[in-house]
Write a protein that binds this ligand. Sequence first.
Ligand code: UD1
Ligand code: MG
Length: 420
Amino acid sequence: MAVRRKTTAPAPSPPPPKAETPLPPPPSEDQPLRPPKLGLVLAALVAFTVPYLYLIYFHYEIESDLRRSIAINAAMSVGGFVVVVRLIPVAAKYVLRRNLFGFDINKKGTPEGNIRVPESLGIVVGVVFLVIAILFQHFNFTADSNWLVEYNAALASICFMLLLGFVDDVLDIPWRVKLLLPSFAGLPLLMAYAGHTTIIIPKPLIPYIGSAVLDLGWIYKLYMGMLAVFCTNSINIHAGLNGLEVGQTVVIAAAVLIHNVMQIGASTDPEYKQAHAFSIYLVQPFLATSMALFSYNWYPSSVFVGDTYTYFAGMSLAVVGILGHFSETLLLFFLPQVLNFLYSLPQLLKIIPCPRHRLPRYDPKTGLLTGTKDGTLVNLFLRLFGSCSEKTLCIKLLVFQALSCLFCFWLRHVLAGWYK
Ligand code: UD1
Ligand code: MG
């Protein structure tokens, strides 16, 4: 098996690990991880769960069967959270043993910047998530065969993406190839997809198109594939701060859950409700297991999530958006990622040189980050709002993510009836 040092950052710049070359201290295989920030994570979970449960049990009238399935899925998700919290320290030891680690670039020049941080811990989240999602089929009371085919195809795509993400972490695949990985991983879903390929035309555009629905045929499948490529890569390139990869994902996942419940509550169409329930069954365990990873990845990170996680997360969200039929809403939740992607385009297309890491400059004396010219939202925020610590910057970016989700809810509310 290939072993590698994850980071290619210029510093602390030790040479690749060979037996004869000393590595930065300490060979921390037996050094325990910093404990998870469970207080913070549990507070965030409670702050989300209370309004979420209120919507499901009090605000909307939802069939008891559906409520029951959601509750069973939620209970399994809580179990998943506990398992991930316990497994991460174990898995961290194993990845370190295989030299799968990275250096914290935004702490370069301090003792913390020399610590070998275990990489690719997204693998734990992915595996636990998949086990829950597979087992849950047994408990779902409203299953029909069509639903199960798509559900399993979705799981196959997520699983394939998890594998390719892990392969990328181990082999460090070049950027051009990396961009394409999700299109392979999306194939199981695209091939099994038997749902409609029509889109509802926005009301203001109906006179121009001449019909209220338009069958896109294979173009719809192409769109699904492109959505998967976008979601995965856009999360992966909005990264590099402790907690940012998982943080942005959990904010989007929470918004997706609220959106699903609102749609189920407001609809009388069983098929429509089923599509959103499907999304809930995948997102609940996804959110819970991701929060467990967050407890280790929040500043200061004891573990890194790796491309294993960013790809897995992007694919999971793309899949629920596709099969829940709310990809436009999903893209609005992804507003910061869309902006970051557009801003990154000149560097991604190599019109402007693109370094391996497009991260801010860290000053070890002040502990503050300063924005560089690289085209990322991270740098833009520093240039717009001034230098700040890594933690503060990450909080600002996560608040922006949450505001984007709120903006999406507001926009849907304002456009309801007029747009579709
Ligand atoms: C993407 C970005 C790159 C960014 C990197 C950070 C593009 C085109 N690529 O590359 O600019 O630097 O993500 O994740 O935009 N790291 C930290 N602190 C963190 C998280 C990661 O220092 O909180 C560093 C570690 O050295 C870690 C490495 O980033 O080992 C992981 O980078 P990787 O995910 O392999 O980078 P890419 O996804 O290729
Ligand atoms: Mg990455």
